[in-house]
Structure formats: C-alpha cells, structure tokens
Write a protein that binds this ligand. Sequence first.
Ligand SMILES: [Zn+2]
Ligand SMILES: [Zn+2]
Ligand SMILES: [Zn+2]
Length: 114
Amino acid sequence: MLKTVLKEIGISASKIQRFAHLSQPFPCTSLKLTLLHNMCYNIIQYVEYACSHRFVTRRQKVDCNDKKCRFSNMHNAEEHNCINTCLQSMMAAQGLVMDTDNNSCSGCLTNGTH
Ligand SMILES: [Zn+2]
Ligand SMILES: [Zn+2]
Ligand SMILES: [Zn+2]
C-alpha cells in the first residue's frame, strides 16, 4: 500500500528507507495529516546529491491545532497553567529525501573532490 502511494508520487521506497530510524516516513504533506494530527511536528525535506551529501530544501511545521498544545497556533492565549495542562513537546521531526541530483553538491564541486 505505502509502496503504491510512493510510486504514484514518484518516490522510490529505497530513498525512504534511509530514514527508517525516524519512525514512519510520510511521502507527502496530505498523507501525514490523516495519519498524525494530535501532536505538532516538523517535516524536513532534503535533496540528495551524487556525492551523498544532503541539503534541506524545505521545512514545514505541521500544527496539531490543539488548544492544549504549547506549540500550536491554537494554543490557549489566556493565562493558564501551561506546564501542567498543555502538551510541552513536539514529535520528532520527520525527514524525507524528496529529490536527488545526479551532480555533486556545490561544495564538493568547488573542492574538486569529485
Ligand atoms: Zn501541537
Ligand atoms: Zn499552554
Ligand atoms: Zn557533496
């Protein structure tokens, strides 16, 4: 199922597996909204160059929209006992290699190591 989805949006499963340690990877923003909506987290998208260096291309915060979450845009603006009533942590960031480049990165090209 997941493989089918990934194929449709042009992501090979082998790329995703590099991030297996980051819990479940999400192929795109719309999918994760249905999977996880009760905790804020960041999606970090990377491009990977032929030299295997990775660069962040996009960071995106996913908001849980919970009034009782310290990180949410909906967080209770009134005075309250935040530490004891609100969620004080975000879920670990989810990393995804969204793109690959057949060239070495500019740093490697400059240094002439490739
Ligand atoms: Zn939240
Ligand atoms: Zn609070
Ligand atoms: Zn490089």
